[in-house]
Design a protein around this ligand. Structure first.
Ligand SMILES: [Zn+2]
Length: 135
């Protein structure tokens, strides 16, 4: 067991399947990010004429929400980029923590998964609930 070999867990055609799924998601989320940014910019621009304090605070709230959504979308795009990188490296579908294969069912549900279910729940348990988005 001293020899460490990088195993290719997944057949090439399955890898290609996930690659196209990821590329499609990347395209969609890139659009979302752009729309969110545009919407946020429009709100900033619309701010100029608004002097009523109630409207202002409402607008602050929706701006904040837009920025948060934008951040979330950016995070998703980053996750997809990472997954595509792992495909290029031949490491896709492999748990980044324990190196075991991630089940295909899990990958179908979440193509950007970096960990198998076991490690994911361990990591989430150690992080607490702080990082789990409520959006
Ligand atoms: Zn694992």
């Amino acid at each position: 067991m001293s020899r460490r070999v990088r195993l290719r867990y997944m057949e090439q055609e399955k890898v290609e399947h996930f690659r196209s799924v990821l590329l499609e998601q990347l395209r969609q989320h890139t659009d979302n990010v752009r729309e969110n940014q545009e919407a946020a910019l429009e709100m900033v621009a619309a701010d100029d004429g608004v002097k009523d304090s109630v409207d202002m605070s409402l607008q602050d709230v929706s701006q904040e929400l837009q920025f948060r959504l934008g951040e979330r979308e950016s995070q998703i795009v980053a996750d997809i980029d990472q997954a595509l990188l792992r495909i290029d490296e031949g490491a896709y579908g492999e748990c980044a923590r324990c190196g075991k294969p991630i089940s295909e069912r899990r990958l179908e549900a979440m193509p950007t998964a970096r960990y198998d279910a076991e490690c994911q729940s361990l990591i989430e348990a150690s992080q607490g609930l702080d990082d789990i988005s409520t959006l």
